[in-house]
Design a protein. Structure first.
Length: 144
């Protein structure tokens, strides 16, 4: 299975991480684009637990997973767990995907990943005894 196009580009993530983590996350990624037919073959193989197909899908969608998991609002709430949570969301979607529309699958993955990460971030309990009242108000958006 050959990929249509492969471009090496700089991945510019939102600056919400400490310098050492941001530099690591902003490494050059290879963008791999598959045709709908190739995506279908990969997804079906991944659903049958084919390690090579899972690895190919993860490599193809790595830039998207990294970008969506590094939004400041996500990283502020989920911390360093954001990337791991994003990968779990991505793999669960691939496992459950049962539609036949593989042309629009990348857009679906982006939307689903974004909203599930927002959902995970809002479900995370951000209140603890160590936070001052002003910090809590800042977290929930009363202070800019």
């Amino acid at each position: 299975m050959q990929n249509n196009q492969s471009d090496s580009e700089e991945l510019n993530l939102p600056e919400a991480l400490p310098d050492n983590q941001a530099a690591e996350a902003n490494q050059t990624c290879t963008f791999i684009r598959y045709t709908p037919k190739e995506l279908k073959e990969l997804v079906l193989a991944a659903q049958a637990f084919d390690d090579k197909a899972i690895e190919a899908l993860c490599e193809a969608f790595k830039p998207l997973v990294l970008r969506e998991s590094h939004w400041p609002s996500i990283i502020d709430r989920l911390g360093e767990d954001a990337v791991s949570i994003a990968w779990v969301i991505f793999l669960e979607l691939i496992k459950r995907y049962d539609d036949d529309d593989f042309e629009h699958l990348p857009g679906l993955i982006r939307s689903y990943l974004h909203f599930e990460l927002v959902h995970a971030a809002t479900d995370r309990n951000t209140y603890n005894d160590e936070l001052a009242f002003e910090d809590i108000l800042n977290i929930i958006g009363y202070y800019g």
